[in-house]
Design a binder for this molecule. Structure first.
Ligand SMILES: C[S@@+](CC[C@H](N)C(=O)[O-])C[C@H]1O[C@@H](n2cnc3c(N)ncnc32)[C@H](O)[C@@H]1O
Length: 287
């Protein structure tokens, strides 16, 4: 089902901004009585990443939806709370549901992720159906930017496809961990006119991807860079970017891989969770 569902203003540009959504209750009252769901990027760990547009969106929401990821990610929940408390002016309501447990132990990663998504679809559908009145507005706070390794938009598509209550989705972009990484090291992510590949640790472990000499790696649970021949590769590695616990290490992969593994393991044990992102830069064959 397209996101600009029946009843949207004729000039509504689809996934773009619907200006009235983030305006006053009076302006919203003029809109068709469709539920609105805001998917708000909140940055990668520093409350100062939150954009003015995100603040406006948060203040337009009647309710903030929160998936509880359990104690080991309590820091992430605390940041979401801090953002709400700091930026939402009036009283606000949150509705929380436990995030379904991921079981990736099955024979197919894709099937396991699909099963996990399906459970989330149930929860999101319940949020929209039971917690929003007609014309009501709810917000999902998304870590970093919703376009990068985040399932919120796909799950909302699946909710819409089920044909339940109609709702309108609006996305507010956020600062992603990839942007913070580049900023911390003061680098561009790619050479002049060259591509950059963004991928996961799982895929990198299968080998250097084709078509790019610059590769950003996210969602790496086990230092996939150790599977590579380090010759000619420089790494720019950042953990807990934008937070008080931020750690940065860079240098020739052959020289710093061991240090990163050690520092990463220590930090993971200390905090109980780890978020790290890195850029691998390969000297091009003709470079
Ligand atoms: C589920 S993805 C979410 C990505 C997020 N949407 C973004 O735009 O950054 C989680 C992965 O993002 C990266 N990540 C998110 N926040 C980070 C941070 N503050 N520091 C380092 N890496 C981070 C890590 O690779 C982590 O495994």
């Amino acid at each position: 089902m397209p996101r600009a569902a029946a009843g949207a203003p004729a000039n509504y540009p689809g996934r773009g901004l619907w200006p009235d959504v983030a305006a006053t209750p009076a302006a919203r009252a003029r809109l068709p009585s469709m539920r609105k769901v805001l998917v708000v990027g909140i940055g990668a760990g520093d409350p100062d990443h939150v954009t003015m547009q995100a603040v406006r969106a948060l203040n337009a929401a009647d309710v903030v939806f929160v998936m509880d990821k359990g104690d080991d990610k309590a820091d992430l929940a605390a940041l979401r709370r801090e953002i709400c408390e700091r930026y939402i002016d009036g009283p606000y309501r949150t509705v929380t549901a436990p995030d379904p447990q991921r079981d990736l132990g099955g024979p197919s990663y894709r099937t396991d992720v699909a099963a996990w998504h399906e459970q989330r679809v149930d929860v999101y559908e319940r949020f929209i159906r039971d917690e929003l009145d007609d014309g009501g507005c709810g917000a999902f706070l998304v870590w970093g930017d919703p376009s990068l390794y985040d399932s919120t938009l796909r799950i909302l598509d699946q909710v819409a496809a089920r044909g339940g209550p109609e709702f309108q989705v609006e996305v507010v972009p956020g600062i992603s961990s990839v942007q913070v990484l580049a900023a911390r090291f003061g680098i561009a992510l790619h050479g002049v006119g060259a591509p950059v590949r963004i991928t996961t640790g799982r895929r990198l472990a299968a080998g250097w991807p084709d078509g790019a000499d610059d590769v950003v790696v996210m969602l790496d649970g086990s230092c996939a860079f150790t599977h590579l021949d380090p010759a000619g590769i420089t790494i720019y590695w950042g953990a807990y970017l934008g937070t008080p616990d931020e750690i940065l290490v860079s240098g020739p992969l052959a020289e710093v891989a061991g240090e990163i593994q050690r520092v990463r393991a220590e930090a993971r044990t200390r905090k109980g969770w780890m978020f790290d992102t890195y850029l691998l830069r390969r000297t091009p064959p003709d470079g």
